[in-house]
Design a binder for this molecule. Sequence first.
Ligand SMILES: Cc1ncc(COP(=O)(O)O)c(C=O)c1O
Ligand SMILES: N[C@@H](CCCC[NH3+])C(=O)O
Length: 384
Amino acid sequence: MFSNDTIQRFKQTETPFYYYDLGLLRNTLTACRDAADVYGYQVHYAMKANFNPKVLQAIQSFGFGADCVSGNEVKSAVEYGFGKDKVVFAGVGKSDREINAALDLDIFCFNVESVQELLVINDLAGAKGKKAKLAIRINPNVDAHTHHYITTGLDENKFGVNMWQLPDVVDTLKNCQNLELIGIHFHIGSQITDLEAFKSLCVRVNEMSVWFEERGFNIKVLNVGGGLGVNYYKPDTDNIADFNAYFKVFNDFLTVKPGQEVHFELGRALVAQCASLIASVLYVKNGLKKNFLVLDAGMTELIRPMLYQAYHQIENLTQDAKAEPVKYDVVGPICESTDCFRKDVELPESFRGDLIAVRTAGAYGEVMASHYNLRDQVQSVYSE
Ligand SMILES: Cc1ncc(COP(=O)(O)O)c(C=O)c1O
Ligand SMILES: N[C@@H](CCCC[NH3+])C(=O)O
């Protein structure tokens, strides 16, 4: 729900653009931090979800760490003031250049995804006379019950080390003098709304923690990744994820020994709900079978519906929401048949120039925008 003042502001701004409600972002961050503090949990923000400067500044100011997945993200996190001792670096394909940059910055921890990567980091750290701290990313083969494309913790996924490969990890570590194993890392997928999946994850983390301890390793960090989902269907009434319920699952099901730290890597749940993509209707095309609402934004601004059949609520901000609905396929201008936000969307009768909001677009929205069709860089506006 946008205030009349906000809609007036939208009318004076060239579309398309992302609108960030920084007040809602701060409320979300407060809710997360307070819920995590109850158990002494540490939260790293998964930067891949959104690296808009204002978003990063806000998140950093709350004292969260940063979960990075490229050398540029690592550098950027440090530049934005995330403490080096709170930067973790995951990724199945870290290049030598990226590893070297992270070594130079003395980040907290590499989340290592293969035996081969262990050997490379060991060599590169040795060449610098350093010892790299790492957590081994274990693929726990736990079903996250989310969209197939954003599941990461199944045997068929490329991420992490499969459990049957762990003896190999242990043997390799014995010969790697420049590595220090400090933890185990997991991430089973994204947009997870069924908390049962996290219970299954906890069972696996407990097993793996014991497994490593039995082999003489001191597992200080249990990093359980991110993945908490948000309600894309109720952007106004359910606009902050239930962090209390989420962290309670881990408190109830995770075995944490004295001296162990529990780390999280949340992306979507922190930033999804604070932004909407605002577009204008360019043309209303009435066909024999379909009515098309052609917007001035498409998959180049927000690709999630086209890539994952993701649902985003779509609203006409110009017409009276209570008017008799008409069904439209809401499409973008891009030269691809898949450039459709959703088919058969019920909206009040809509006209050229109407403002359209695509809600809950703060996570994996602006960051996944592209220049395909030589489109302009999508702009952002903010409310403080
Ligand atoms: C290793 C890792 N950590 C954290 C995240 C953040 O996930 P989410 O945005 O679902 O919280 C991801 C993305 O899926 C990831 O791959
Ligand atoms: N980009 C995905 C999530 C991927 C999370 C990173 N592994 C989305 O929009 O839902």
